[in-house]
Design a protein around this ligand. Structure first.
Ligand code: UDP
Ligand code: MG
Length: 311
């Protein structure tokens, strides 16, 4: 199989037929012989599934995956990817915000040896200012917190090679932030600038809670820094405790203080700092255990050489 197209769909009845038409025509025009289109129904409550079934009666290239309930975008996408058999995998949203017609130009880039050609939005049409600001804050926080560089203004719209998909399948983590995981994998990756259209129909399927959940998954998947925050507080706490202790002693000897205040202030300052240090240390171990439980590969080999030759 030359190409797999993977599309997660949640309540996308209004876009589905048009989506299918445009993806089909892009695949037919592209420089490939065989392809499959994998549509994942992520527990839709509208007629998305029955529309998919109708389409698949007429179209042999379609594979429909019907999930048991709504699992969320990233899990639905993972389900689709797990069935993909193509040499290249084209990932896009069901709402036609990512133009399927970019398949050929992205494929051209991929064939020059680029493993990941990811769509980068130069313009985002039809987005609310709230979403634009939220996205900006989110990406800034993420890039500050995480150790690897995760490109900004990039969604899951991309073309990836089979070897990247194979690596992705070896990352069994539960909370999945796929664009970050692909950035983590490495291999040659390149941005492809495009203008992001407004939704073809319907409204965003990312509710506010889903968006928060998604951001938490993204940050916690790539950083244990928040767990270290108590160590930073502990540092300030300790400095403050030393200062407070000093001033309490000074007051005891040189000023009038209520009896018992000095010892009480010192005990509180000392033990609060001690507690913060201990919480920070526990956080450090929890962070390490957390990273270990993700069972990601330690490294990924790009190629081996022997006698100066690739093997
Ligand atoms: N989606 C999904 N499950 C969900 C939410 C969204 O499969 O729980 C799909 C949705 O059908 C679309 C893609 O994920 O194909 C992106 O969602 P959406 O376009 O609503 O997000 P936005 O573009 O507003 O960020
Ligand atoms: Mg969208």
């Amino acid at each position: 199989m030359d190409l797999s197209v993977v599309i997660p769909c949640y309540n996308e009845e209004e876009s589905l037929v048009e989506l299918h038409r445009r993806v089909q025509s892009a695949c037919k025009k592209a420089d490939i012989k065989t392809y499959e289109i994998i549509l994942v129904n992520d527990g839709s409550s509208d007629s998305t599934l029955s529309l998919m079934q109708d389409l698949s009666k007429k179209d042999k290239t379609l594979l429909i995956i019907d999930l048991s309930r709504n699992h969320g975008h990233q899990i639905a996408l993972s389900a689709g990817l797990s069935q993909a058999t193509g040499d290249y995998i084209f990932i896009l949203d069901a709402d036609l915000q990512d133009p399927p017609e970019l398949l050929q130009p992205m494929l051209d880039r991929a064939k020059t040896g680029i493993d990941v050609v990811y769509g980068k939005r130069s313009v985002r049409k039809g987005e609310t200012w709230f979403k634009l600001i939220a996205a900006k804050v989110f990406y800034k926080t993420l890039s500050y917190l995480s150790d690897i560089q995760i490109p900004e203004n990039v969604g899951d719209f991309r073309l990836i090679s089979k070897r990247v998909l194979d690596q992705l399948q070896d990352m069994p983590e539960q909370h999945r932030f796929i664009r970050g995981m692909i950035a983590w994998i490495g291999f040659p990756q390149e941005a492809f600038l495009y203008e992001r259209d407004a939704r073809y129909a319907g409204v965003t399927k990312y509710s506010f809670t889903k968006l928060i959940q998604f951001s938490m998954d993204a940050i916690s998947s790539f950083s244990i820094r928040p767990l270290r925050i108590s160590l930073v507080f502990a540092l300030f706490g300790t400095l403050f405790a030393i200062f407070l202790g000093g001033s309490a002693l000074y007051s005891y000897f040189f000023r009038d203080t209520i009896s018992g205040w000095t010892s009480l202030a010192m005990i509180i300052a000392f033990f609060s700092s001690l507690q913060l240090i201990c919480i920070g240390l526990i956080g450090e171990y929890i962070g390490r255990t957390y990273i270990q439980t993700k069972k990601r590969p330690l490294y990924i080999i790009r190629r081996l050489y022997k006698n100066g030759e690739k093997i």
